[in-house]
Design a protein around this ligand. Sequence first.
Ligand SMILES: [Zn+2]
Length: 210
Amino acid sequence: MQPFIKPYQYNFIRNQIELLTQQLATVHDPDVRDAVVYSATKKIFDLIPVLSPEQEELLMLIRTHSSEHHLLSYLDQLRPFIEPFPDITEAELRRLFPKTKKLHLPPMETIDFSATTYLSWNDTGNKKKFFVYRLGDSWLGLESTYLPSIKQGICSVCKTYNDVTLISIRSKPTAEHYRAVGNYMCIDGDHCNASITDTADLEKFLTNAK
Ligand SMILES: [Zn+2]
């Protein structure tokens, strides 16, 4: 079976499993236990709607795990089926930012691509943050600037409480003016990638500024 679970979907499943583990620790009535497992299963199946019989069988294993230990092993069983961030070479990355002089590239060899929904890295000297994302069949590459004042808050992309700052992407100029699209977001792309469970707001941010 080919990998089919996107990294952000894996995060979603992991969150459901954590919640389910907490619920099962306090609920002893068999019917209620069935109901909470059913609810978690349904959310996971809603997340990945089109499944082959093998994929469905794999995800359905959740129904046979009802202890904390088993639920953690369920996550391990899914891990080989994570579809990593698509391959991209350094030359391709450079082509995405033709106007950026002295582009600092991310440390490709240390990135965990199975935990990467969007590629992002900071140029701390110039207070710039770069985004690379695969949208359909094409690559998006966007350069943003960020405010140096980092504060605690909710990230607009991963929706968790983290170190965030205002990140602005200047869009292509229209006839009259430039338009900047700003969002409070995690300053640390690894943290954000570890927490993101939905790509809608990320895509909106990146495509609005395009
Ligand atoms: Zn975030």
